[in-house]
Design a protein around this ligand. Structure first.
Ligand code: SF4
Ligand code: SF4
Length: 442
């Protein structure tokens, strides 16, 4: 038996120890004496097997093995992780599409990474998309869709038409179907939310930039008017219909007091128990939004703000249950059977490239070539070759980070580390506090 290289232990002020394993994502609170027993065990690698048979260690060892903190000697976690990653990338039993029925948007955000384009899916492209699924449905077991844009609700009619066709095909071929949507939230009324639910959409992600005066300046409607009040009302109205993920965009101009104001608004609308709140780092992802680059944090800088803002959210009574979770791959761009489809039917691997036609990797109407120069680098991107990732004890959480930064933006690998790399202990403490609070309430 030996210790897992992906175990993390963190002493708390109350004397207890947070135990977290990034391979399993398991989190536990240990009594200090049990943690000392664990340290005794692993400090005697040659005796660990015999010690673990003793009465006083038996229960602890069984729990530590269950949580993957102790593993069998022959287990090579790194190689297993690499295999898990490969299996995930080349798993053809799952099909995932992120679909932009339109690139048109009712907002004009100052940092938007999509060039302003109009145009929605034609009947011909819709037919091709349906044919594409009909063909794939013969071999896949699951099909997941994420609606995206532009603003997908600007063309709710297309979302509806395609969803109905997808549901029929999946029903016919016994393929499990699930859908989510990324929206600015402005058109998400209770009526639309109920319709979306009926169409198989179960979760929604809405983004805001801060309280009213900031959000309305940075994410105004295309006509310049503010959007904050309507979004807040919509979130309040639909909170019992759809799972709500609220992304709060953050950059160097974000002030703690502004976020406090936003959180106050959410609490005043009883949303603190209903939304899954998280803070997202705004990135200058391509030439279109290069003008905001100087305000953007790198991941290391962002990690401090991320911690401070989550701490604030905890004080406001938000549930912060989402653990840093193990991944099979960093994102769907690396998966063989996963594409982003634009309104013309062009396929892309990454959100940041949608609308830049020279970055497309195929067309929904023709068979995909895995060796396409815009596709192959994503499939072939391999963090397991890098020494720093090999040595990293959060590799299961990060999997080498965003491949687009390396492939297209030519970032150095050391700038690609996830914020967990820098703030994992602090974030675990916050999550632990949140869970303890919830337990007290229950
Ligand atoms: S490659 Fe990076 S930016 Fe593109 S979808 Fe994946 S995580 Fe997002
Ligand atoms: S990119 Fe950084 S944080 Fe991610 S696995 Fe590699 S070394 Fe670890």
């Amino acid at each position: 038996m030996k210790k897992s290289r992906y175990s993390h232990f963190l002493s708390r002020r109350d004397g207890k120890v947070i135990a977290y394993n990034s391979w399993t994502g398991g989190l536990a609170l240990m009594e200090e004496d049990k943690y000392k027993d664990y340290c005794d065990l692993i400090s005697n690698p040659e005796k660990i097997d015999s010690l673990s048979q003793k009465e006083e260690y038996r229960d602890l060892v069984s729990k530590l093995r269950h949580g993957h903190f102790l593993i069998d000697d022959p287990v090579d976690e790194f190689s297993q992780l690499e295999l898990k990653n490969r299996l995930d990338r080349f798993d053809t039993s799952r099909l995932g599409l992120i679909i932009a029925p339109t690139l048109a948007c009712n907002f004009k955000c100052e940092y938007c990474f999509e060039e302003v384009k109009k145009g929605s899916m034609s009947t011909e492209t819709i037919d091709s998309l349906v044919n594409f699924l009909e063909d794939k449905a013969k071999t896949v077991k699951t099909f997941s869709v994420s609606w995206y844009g532009g603003e997908p609700l600007v063309r709710f009619d297309l979302v509806e038409e395609l969803s109905l066709a997808f549901r029929d095909i999946c029903g016919e071929y016994k393929v499990a179907y699930g859908a989510g949507m990324m929206t600015n939230g402005y058109l998400l009324t209770r009526e639309i939310a109920a319709k979306l639910k009926n169409l198989g959409v179960s979760s929604i992600q809405i983004s805001v930039d801060g309280p009213k005066q900031i959000h309305d300046k940075r994410r105004p409607l295309a006509n310049g008017q503010g959007s904050y009040d309507v979004i807040l009302k919509n979130m309040t109205d639909i909170r019992d219909i759809l799972d709500l993920n609220l992304r709060v965009n953050v950059d160097k101009t974000t002030r703690k007091e502004d976020i406090a104001e936003l959180l106050t608004d959410l609490v005043n609308n009883n949303l603190q128990e209903k939304v899954n709140l998280f803070f997202g780092n705004v990135e200058a992802a391509n030439e279109v939004c290069i003008n905001i680059a100087e305000n953007c944090y790198d991941n290391k800088e962002f990690s401090k703000t991320e911690y401070a803002l989550h701490n604030l959210a905890l004080d406001f009574g938000f549930r912060l249950e989402k653990l840093p979770s193990p991944l099979a791959s960093y994102c769907s761009a690396q998966s063989m059977n996963s594409y982003i489809v634009d309104p013309q039917g062009l396929l892309y691997k990454c959100f940041n490239d949608v609308g830049i036609t020279e970055r497309s990797c195929g067309n929904i109407k023709t068979p995909v070539d895995s060796f396409h120069p815009n596709l192959f680098p994503f499939l072939n991107w391999n963090p397991f070759k890098n020494q720093s990732c090999q040595d990293c004890n959060i590799l299961p959480l990060c999997m080498g980070g965003c491949p687009h930064r390396i492939i297209w933006r030519k970032e150095k690998l050391e700038n690609n580390c996830e914020s967990w790399k820098y703030n994992l202990n602090e974030m675990l403490e916050i999550i632990c506090q949140s869970r303890l609070k919830q337990r007290k309430k229950a």
